[in-house]
Design a protein around this ligand. Sequence first.
Ligand SMILES: N[C@@H](Cc1c[nH]c[nH+]1)C(=O)O
Length: 395
Amino acid sequence: MSKPFMFEKPVGMRDTLPAYYQTKNKVRERMEKETDSWGYLPIETPALEYYDTVGTASAILDQQLFKLLDQQGNTLVLRPDMTAPIARVAASSLKDQAFPLRLSYHSPLFRAQQRDGGRPAEFEQMGVELVGDGTASADGEVIALMAAALKKAGLQNFQIAIGHIGYVNALLLDVVGSEERANTLRRYLYEKNYVGFKQHVKSLPLSSIDEKRLLSLLKLRGGQEKLKDAEELVQNGKAAKALNDLHQLWDVLESYGVSEHIKLDLNLVMHMSYYTGVVFEGYGSKLGFPLSSGGRYDELLQNFNRPAQATGFGIRLDLLVEALGDTEELPEQTCILFSKERRKEAIEEAGKLRESGKRVVLQDLQGVENVDELSEAFAEVYYFIGKKQGGASNE
Ligand SMILES: N[C@@H](Cc1c[nH]c[nH+]1)C(=O)O
């Protein structure tokens, strides 16, 4: 016997079935309408990119990349994110277009998982990039747009946590002195392992004041007043610049009227290491993990020889659909069941009904095992059977 046929899918790969597909598309279309109306132009890029350029620029853990070889022996990756491909496009195909560029996308992304622990290795993300604008207005615009898109998707209760990678870095370096030590601490924050963070801080050879400063970082979550507390923890130029960015951003978000959804979270550290400034994550009320995220990445485009400040966000469609709860019902369909003598008549009728906006399944009676079972799946059934002219509904 030949080898048994493999039905299993690779780790983390999912099928999308019709009802879920339907919901996901509806949600995506509503959000795209919103990004379109803010002037963001949709763009598509290839699923495969070179590892050495876009792959490394994506700044995700190497073990999360799917790698393969092309015919010339170059290492390729399945894109793990859209920000780096868009940076590449902004610096190449769109290099003659003046900044700022406002681009939007929706694409499947690929992030390899070690185990099939429920995390998909392929998922759809929609998002925007605002490239070539370093203002607080730009940071505020993308956050307000993310909020507007989530609202349009039907998500009522959501929170956006805002931090600043410049502030975290300034505090960590100020206290622990070396990038290596700061990195270890940053990893705990990125994993949201606050217990681990505390334990690690206590194991470091620090004065009690410094230990307290690091532990206080975890308390910097809440309203605008946390910026004052943050100021007291570290007083150097970089921290001051970060806090000033956040003050300005808060003003912009108030003007957009979205501050009810916003809270500060100054220990936010992201999974991509290209962020340089304001960072943020969106949470639905039912989920403990972020369904959207983004931030400022002012150094990414220089890898592609067109230095520019930029910011953007991505929304995970799978997590958003989960947060919204119900999956849509499939749309109603009409069935025309025919026997071959009246096939032509049935085809004509189906054409008319489709023209009128109905979804019509045209089915030869001979191809059906159980007519009752088939009929139950449809809102209405027309029979074009035998010699008689005209169709009769089953209603
Ligand atoms: N590309 C980021 C989201 C983002 C878009 N722009 C800036 N950040 C991600 O996949 O998480």
